[in-house]
Design a protein around this ligand. Structure first.
Ligand code: ADP
Ligand code: MG
Length: 722
């Protein structure tokens, strides 16, 4: 069949699921609303997330009551209807039928007895479960008062003696409460999949070229789809899973990498090939040795800047790993080659802090550095604008004010964006337009360590550099968990530290959905602290997002400059703020924060020479899992380890960094937490293909080009940085 014939064929894959037997428009609408699925082809791409093994019949005597699922073959002994308070209701009593609360059925096999319990469907189940009849029951067992029971088991006709068991593995599909109550149960879902499969399998078209299948030892799509829904056996399921995971990861990486290839093979970049005086004079006068990781990253950046292609690089490094130094050295490379550099921070406080640090570093180089923020005065701006235009300012630090229209550079060659500050399309265009006829190189820095697999995906279209080493001699922050009830001892500890001349952060959660309650908690917490730390002995400042910038800056300054001993705040202080004298970080309702966020917050202390502390205060109600997460924080200070764990515990969707930057697609079968190896394999393979055929124009890659045009992988607008 040619492509044209195909167009004229009525396609089942594209047919609405309402035409599947037993579905209809109402259920179809429900499924669409709940699962986002409307065609049969879409439906077949909703895979089971778990399988139940029905290849085994248990003896009742060997069931402990803790198994996830068991299947028994048993004879009905008796059945009883119960009303309120355990009163037995005679089955024939028409008047009392409405009062039935429970149907209890005792069944037995050769090894023992167990009870089946029903809280609905009394009439139907009572009629069906006639004493002495034999069925196969399937469900989750539990032990109650030493008696085994099973609530609402699935009931199937007994298998003929000596026949093979029902096909071993039954898929369990993603579901929602609405689907269940709308009658789309697991069983119905299986039936729908089976019907869709029968209609669509003959027209399923392969999505991967033959050579990709054979080079990666993958099974064909039709086989995979069939066996992911109805596995012939464990082995077939494994093959199907591997194929579908690989397909998903590979096409996603292919799409991301293709954009990267187009850019680096097509987009011209400013050539900065010289290492000159400015770079060397700072390098030669550093008060410390760069770490190996810093040196490696600077080499990677330099390679990009001299390559003739535009750099689009993400620099990841834990708090305190020395990213600023890397940024300054990169900026000096630009200056040495006759260009300017800008360093953009998300807030004014951070911009000022950067400016102070950077100016200090730049002293031996003689390079002029300036700062531009929303509160720069008109006079300052005039001077700045002139300096940028005539090129006398080599490096400018600032906030968003930098991308305003009236800021004109003589030759902007490098834009450094701190703390994963992402741009909208117009802002990006504005910054690009400031380059000298060609987009500047771009370096984005983030202190949120994210797992490698996630970095390859969320930032799959960027090059990623990682500083995975802290400067020597850093003391880890001593971390403890405290329950709310012990806050008095936390206060006592804070007093001791303040008496030693140190400062204390107290952070409250502020989660969007519960903003009002959170702000109220912050206010209450603040009042409590003021009560326990009264003036004039103590000075307490408060900062949160509802304050005007003026108030925020004023209070923040009070703390940064040491006029306040305690800073009570929401997570607005999370990013970048540097107060070396702060030695204690108290985090209230710590159980509500993500691990990566706790890690970020903790990174705010331990920046000076003193011993520093982090106290994670949690509520009474904190569960076991949440406690385990907090305990991990006490065990390690490695941001990447914490991020990996966070992803394992909560899944990639909830990680900070992801929430802000977004996953380019929703993965339907592969998992970034579990399939890291396959992801690396798929990415390497995609790279090989693109190296030979960057635009996927080779006829043997036609299938791939077609897949990338499909909506799921068509993510060309995703790249938010360049
Ligand atoms: P980041 O921005 O990654 O959080 P910074 O660049 O602010 O980290 O560096 C934190 C501190 O470590 C700064 O005081 C900086 O001067 C210092 N520092 C940076 N690199 C080194 C190094 N190689 N050895 C010792 N100290 C370093
Ligand atoms: Mg920093």
């Amino acid at each position: 069949m040619t492509e044209n014939d195909y167009l004229y064929t009525v396609s089942n894959l594209d047919s609405d699921i309402q035409y599947l037997p037993g579905v209809g428009p109402k259920r179809a609408a429900l499924i669409k609303a709940e699962l986002g699925v409307s065609t049969m082809g879409d439906l077949l791409r909703v895979y089971p997330f778990r399988y139940i093994d029905r290849s085994r019949i248990w003896n009742i005597a060997e069931i402990a009551g803790e198994e996830a699922y068991v299947q028994i073959r048993a004879r009905v002994v008796s059945r009883t209807l119960y009303g309120p308070n355990g009163a037995v209701i005679p089955p024939g009593d028409k008047k009392l039928q409405y009062a039935v609360k429970r149907l209890s059925v005792i069944v037995e096999d050769a090894s023992g007895q167990m009870e089946l319990v029903f809280f609905k469907g009394f009439k139907w189940n009572y009629a069906k479960l006639v004493p002495d009849s034999v069925f196969v029951f399937f469900g989750k067992p539990s032990a109650f008062n030493g008696r085994l029971n099973m609530v609402h088991p699935e009931i199937d006709a007994p298998l003929p003696e000596g026949s093979d068991l029902q096909s071993g593995l039954t898929g369990v599909y993603p579901s929602t409460e609405k689907l269940q109550s709308g009658g789309v149960t697991g069983k119905v879902m299986c039936k729908m999949q089976s019907a869709a499969l029968a209609l669509c399998l003959p027209e399923t078209r392969e999505t991967l070229p033959e050579y990709v299948l054979s080079e990666n030892a993958l099974c064909g799509l039709a086989y995979a789809i069939k066996n992911i829904h109805f596995p012939a056996d464990q082995y077939a399921l494994q093959k199907a899973t591997r194929r579908l995971k690989f397909e998903e990861l590979f096409l996603l990486q292919l799409s991301l990498l293709k954009q990267k290839f187009i850019r680096s093979h097509g987009g011209p970049g400013l050539v900065m090939a010289k290492v000159g005086d400015a770079f060397n004079s700072l390098y030669g006068s550093l008060p410390f040795q760069l770490t190996e990781a810093q040196k490696r990253v600077i080499r990677e950046i330099f390679e990009d800047m001299r390559s003739g292609h535009q750099m689009n690089r993400l620099l990841q490094g834990d708090v305190g790993s020395g990213k600023t130094m890397v940024a300054v050295l990169s900026a000096l490379l630009a200056v040495d080659n006759g260009y300017q550099a800008c360093i953009m921070a998300p807030t004014e406080v951070l911009a000022r802090q950067h400016f102070a640090n950077i100016s200090k570093y730049l002293r031996p180089t003689g390079v002029r550095c300036a700062i531009l923020t929303g509160s720069s005065t008109a006079k300052e701006r005039r001077e700045l604008h002139a300096g940028l235009e005539d090129g006398s300012i080599g490096i400018i630090v600032g906030t968003h004010a930098l991308i305003e229209d009236n800021v004109v550079f003589k030759a902007l060659g490098l834009a450094i964006i701190d703390e994963q500050h992402r741009f909208g399309v117009d802002q990006r265009a504005k910054l690009w337009a400031k380059g000298p006829g060609c987009a500047p190189h771009v370096l984005v820095m983030t202190a949120t360590p994210i797992p490698r697999t996630l970095a390859m995906t969320v930032y799959g279209d960027l090059d990623v550099s990682i500083i995975d080493e802290l400067p020597p001699g850093r003391k880890p922050v001593k971390t403890a968990i405290m329950s709310e009830g012990k806050i008095a001892s936390v206060y006592a500890f804070m007093r001791k530290q303040i008496a030693l001349g140190r400062q204390v952060f107290v952070v409250y959660p502020l989660i969007f959905e519960s903003e009002k309650t959170d702000l109220a908690n912050l206010q209450l917490g603040y009042e409590d602290i003021v009560k326990h730390f009264p003036q004039p002995d103590y000075r307490v400042a408060i900062v949160h997002g509802q304050q005007t910038n003026e108030v925020k800056n004023f209070n923040m300054d009070a703390f940064v400059s040491g006029r306040a001993d305690i800073l009570v705040s929401t997570t607005v202080i999370e990013v970048g703020v540097d107060v070396p004298n702060a030695s204690v970080m108290v985090i209230e309702s710590a159980q509500r924060f993500g691990l990566s966020q706790l890690h970020q917050l903790r990174g705010r202390v331990g920046r000076g020479a003193d011993e520093s502390y982090c106290v994670l205060v949690h509520d009474y109600k904190t569960g076991k899992e949440a406690r385990a997460r907090l305990e991990l924080m006490c065990r390690t200070s490695d941001g990447f380890e914490i991020a990996e764990e966070d992803m394992k515990m909560r899944g990639p969707g909830d990680l900070e960094g992801t929430a802000q930057s977004g996953m380019p697609v929703n993965l339907s079968i592969a998992s970034l937490a579990r399939d890291g190896l396959m992801l690396a394999e798929a990415r390497a393979y995609a790279t090989r293909i693109l190296e030979a055929d960057p635009a996927l124009q080779d006829p043997r890659n036609a299938l791939l080009a077609r897949e990338l045009r499909k909506s799921k992988y068509d993510i060309k607008d995703y790249s938010k940085i360049s």
